[in-house]
Design a protein around this ligand. Structure first.
Ligand SMILES: C[S@@+](CC[C@H](N)C(=O)[O-])C[C@H]1O[C@@H](n2cnc3c(N)ncnc32)[C@H](O)[C@@H]1O
Length: 287
């Protein structure tokens, strides 16, 4: 890729480079990077493939493609990702929200709706909120719901707060700095969490896109990957309202161990959900 180029040529060139570098989704990556660096969409390319990129735009695209070829995730480069229909901005301290986590939101939304219908409100606590993904998806879907999103990272919380503001949801979303339940006060209709669940020894073997770019605090679940579940299960009950529920995302094959930790704390499995790949990904518990 050198000099100026038409939109179509620049896109084709980006796809070729990304394919050669082993990107599993070169077309999508190229589409997002072209839009990010030029403001021109896939529709612009279809309707005006001969449009010229300015030298500055072309250079910006080349830089972005080089970053992607160096295993930087495309959503880190463009600085946002869509989750449950919401565009969420990211920083270096927030996990890139994953489509798998939408299975957790799908699992809890019917309960949140029922609670709002019955009581006119539903208080949600999202432990380890990161970008705010789960909490913001819930309050966006159910107008009567309110959420506290807690995290140990102040930088992640800052991003979550800004996402709530941008999306016009800040009147129903409150960030809270807390080490799991340490600074949480009161009871909630729903506690939800996608905690770090990767065993420490597995982290060096992860895809570099994840290992080198997602924050370690969002990944590392301790020796067996279950540290956070143990802490959350042991301390959840005093924070659950009458008839409340708690739901967590789990890693592949963790259901039995996680259910065991929650059972020891007096919480039984109510339902579970699979992600798009058919992996059991989310479990809902009640007292
Ligand atoms: C897997 S990420 C999930 C982020 C977001 N909820 C999502 O689904 O995209 C786990 C989150 O837990 C936070 N976290 C890690 N340890 C924590 C702790 N001790 N207390 C509170 N939050 C913690 C991390 O900072 C990170 O934002």
């Amino acid at each position: 890729m050198t000099g100026t180029a038409t939109l179509q040529d620049a896109y084709d060139d980006a796809v070729a480079h990304l394919s050669r570098a082993g990107s599993p989704t070169p077309d999508l990556d190229a589409t997002l990077l072209v839009e990010h660096t030029t403001g021109m969409t896939a529709l612009d390319r279809l309707t005006g493939p001969e449009r010229a990129l300015s030298p500055r735009q072309h250079q910006a695209l080349r830089t972005a493609v080089a970053r992607r070829m160096n295993h930087e995730p495309v959503h880190r480069i463009i600085g946002w990702r869509e989750f449950y229909g919401l565009p969420l901005s990211l920083n270096g301290h927030t996990l890139v929200p994953r489509p798998d986590t939408e299975a957790l939101v799908d699992l809890v939304i019917p309960f949140v709706r029922r609670r709002v219908e019955a009581n006119g409100k539903c208080r949600v606590l999202d432990l380890g909120t990161g970008s705010g993904a789960i909490a913001l998806a819930i309050v966006n879907q159910v107008p009567g719901a309110t959420a506290i999103g807690s995290d140990i990272s102040l930088d992640a919380l800052d991003m979550a707060r800004r996402n709530a503001q941008t999306l016009g949801l800040s009147d129903r979303f409150q960030p809270l700095h807390s080490n799991w339940f340490s600074d949480v006060r009161g009871r909630f209709d729903l506690i939800v969490s996608n905690p770090p669940y990767i065993p420490t020894a597995t982290i060096p073997t992860l895809d570099p896109d994840v290992r080198d770019h997602d924050p370690l605090a969002a990944l590392d679940g301790g020796t067996d990957g279950l540290n956070a579940y143990g802490t959350i299960a042991a301390r959840a009950l005093p924070h659950l309202a009458e008839g409340g529920r708690i739901a967590v995302e789990i890693g592949k094959g963790q259901r039995a161990a996680v259910a065991g930790l929650f059972a020891a704390a007096g919480l039984q499995v109510d339902a579970s959900a699979r992600d798009l790949g058919g992996v059991e990904r989310a479990v809902l518990f009640s007292a």
